[in-house]
Design a protein around this ligand. Structure first.
Ligand SMILES: [Zn+2]
Length: 217
């Protein structure tokens, strides 16, 4: 049987079915964002919880920067799928941390950019050219939804947990989890995003607020 890595490396042609699937997952992500934005805008406690989640999982002001952390929109998309969140990472990240995804846990989706990242200047130039009629502003989607993120609460130790000492009984043991009070589950210190910025972000996720739904990057 092919390993996950071998499967991932195999290049497949893009079929109409794959395109439809990709479109469906973007639509589902936008729906989830809309619903979560409605919740946060109507309930100040939810909005505050989102600010705490963003602080704990790490957020960045500029979605296009290579800094660590999630864009605020991706932080909101993650929170729309699961709450609370403490610390998120991909499959390989968790392996490096000596943890793996616990049995039955579903991956969370984030928006990923297709192709090269554009700078603000390039975006402005493209918009200007489109307005002047030099090129179409209707380009295909520049992003897709990748399901490959898990919160630490969805993971378990591979060997002895250095924080609480929980040890699986053997390599076949896939059900031994850290107790809820293990330090690995403690929220991480970090700066909360400004309230005004979060309000602006949530407003922008409302479906009737803006025709264009995509990542800010
Ligand atoms: Zn532990």
């Amino acid at each position: 049987m092919a390993t996950a890595t071998e499967k991932r490396r195999k290049r497949r042609p893009v079929t109409d079915e794959m395109k439809a699937q990709s479109q469906a997952s973007r639509a589902a992500a936008n729906d989830a964002l809309h619903n979560y934005a409605v919740l946060c805008l109507s309930d100040p406690a939810e909005l505050e919880e989102f600010r705490s989640i963003a602080a704990s999982i790490g957020w960045k002001f500029d979605p296009a920067s290579d800094d660590g952390g999630y864009s605020l929109q991706n932080a909101a998309l993650l929170a729309a799928q699961r709450r609370p969140l403490v610390h998120c990472g991909g499959f390989d990240y968790w392996l490096e941390q000596g943890r793996c995804v616990a049995e039955g846990e579903k991956a969370l989706g984030t928006f990923r950019h297709i192709g090269r990242k554009q700078t603000e200047e390039q975006k402005a130039e493209e918009k200007k050219l489109a307005e002047e009629g030099w090129q179409s502003s209707k380009r295909g989607p520049r992003y897709y939804v990748k399901r490959g993120t898990w919160d630490v609460t969805q993971t378990r130790p591979i060997v002895k947990c250095p924080r609480c000492g929980t040890t699986p009984t053997g390599p076949e043991d896939r059900t031994t989890l850290c107790p809820p009070d293990c330090a690995v589950f403690a929220p991480r210190p970090g700066g909360k995003p400004p309230r005004e910025l979060v309000l602006e972000l949530m407003q922008a996720q409302l479906k009737d607020a803006d025709e264009e739904h995509g990542p800010q990057q």
